[in-house]
Design a protein around this ligand. Structure first.
Ligand code: CA
Ligand code: CA
Length: 146
């Protein structure tokens, strides 16, 4: 199989980017999605590296959130920056994760991601409401590697 096999269709990708835009209307938090096939590393540790590579720690309020997905490994990680971790309980992402898992189990990849992103926006709104002078600090485009 070619390494360039897309993980998602252009249409699905557009839906995911639209969900990020929608979620970021609720919160100053910045949501990014990184999709890849596989990693040999521990998924959580690897997600932290991706977080750094995407310079996601450079938001003013340290409230970036990474949705990391390793498609072939059937693994995903939701990783928030320090500003979020300082304010919320350790189980903050649990309901979002569970909801996404339910979709993924049914093979509904795009739906799971879209709903997860929108839910993250709602959850973040409580601690990091959208501000009038909000800027798009991190790109809404999906980051991918093979
Ligand atoms: Ca923003
Ligand atoms: Ca953004």
């Amino acid at each position: 199989m070619s390494k360039k096999t897309p993980f998602i269709s252009t249409q699905d990708e557009e839906a995911i980017v639209a969900a990020i835009q929608e979620a970021e209307k609720n919160t100053s938090g910045e949501i990014r999605v990184h999709i890849e096939a596989h990693t040999d590393e521990d998924h959580y540790e690897h997600a932290k590296k991706v977080f750094d590579e995407l310079k996601m720690h450079e938001t003013e309020l340290r409230n970036g959130v990474l949705f990391y997905i390793a498609v072939n490994d059937h693994k995903f990680v939701i990783l928030g920056d320090q500003g979020i971790n300082d304010k919320v309980a350790d189980n903050f992402w649990d309901t979002t994760k569970e909801m996404m898992q339910n979709y993924f189990r049914k093979g509904a990849f795009k739906e799971g991601l879209v709903e997860g992103i929108l839910k993250a926006g709602q959850e973040l709104k409580i601690h990091f409401p959208y501000q009038d002078d909000d800027t798009d600090e991190l790109s809404n485009e999906i980051s991918k590697s093979s």
